[in-house]
Design a protein around this ligand. Sequence first.
Ligand code: SIN
Length: 316
Amino acid sequence: MNPATSEQPATDTVDLSVQVGPLHLSNPLMTASGTAGLGLEMEPFFDLAEAGAIVVKTLTKAPRHGNPMPRLVETPSGLLNSIGLPNKGIDHFIEQVLPRLAGHASCLVINIAGTCTGEFGELASKLDGLPGVDGLELNISCPNVEGGDLPFGRDPDVVHRLVGDVRSATALPIITKLTPNVSDIAAVAKAAEDGGSDAVSLINTLLGMAVDWRTGRPGLGTVVGGLSGPAIKPVALRMVWEVSRSVAIPVVGIGGITSADDVLEFLCAGATAVQVGTTHYRTPDAIPRLAAELSRLLAEEGRTSARDVIGSMRTG
Ligand code: SIN
């Protein structure tokens, strides 16, 4: 037997658990909002309890039909979307979906968006204390709603006030999801932290567009949409690194994760956990696959805990 191999920890002794503010996750893998429906849609593919957390598609106060078709365009290594937050509204979720979903995930995070800053607090207070709800993610960064990119997510003063409103409305842990479509994402992250956010998640999609020159038609019904997938990973890594050096709260990395190496790169750059998104459209059971692969890679390197990798990037 190779002596080096015999010294590796067994994969089942590798501890994948991480702490995102008050949320204890059994592994650093969360579903990215919008790519796993309201959670139950993923049950044919994996046991929801295998994810560190399930984050549901954004819920709004009033039902929304979403944007005109086409809503999706595939690009080299990426996916452009302009979905427009279709959902049946928060009351429908609480009455019809949550009773079926509660208890299935080991950690359930509800993603919410208001049409004005005050509505975020209203949505948060409706969810406060409901059985099965473990945390909130504030979508202050959707690029696909009326008027384009939400103004809330770009202005640190507005973010500070909005997060403060939600903080006063609920005791639930708050994760604030940030837009990359700003010149200084660290300033927005700091405003979220100062407003009372327990963590920040980043990045939501990068503004982009597609066009067919033959027909002269844009690829998306709204012309401009948000780009996700492997194409945005280097931008996301850079922003995670910048933000993790600017705030004391945990950073959840999002952007083009398709492999366990990608996950560990985000952790190394400063993320405490990650969200897995676009890859779900090719590999709906990506979360359990990545969890197994994470244990294997860490064991191969003689590591016993995923937490040891967090923020381990050296620049000097
Ligand atoms: C959408 O529904 O348009 C996407 C949501 C988002 O990017 O936040």
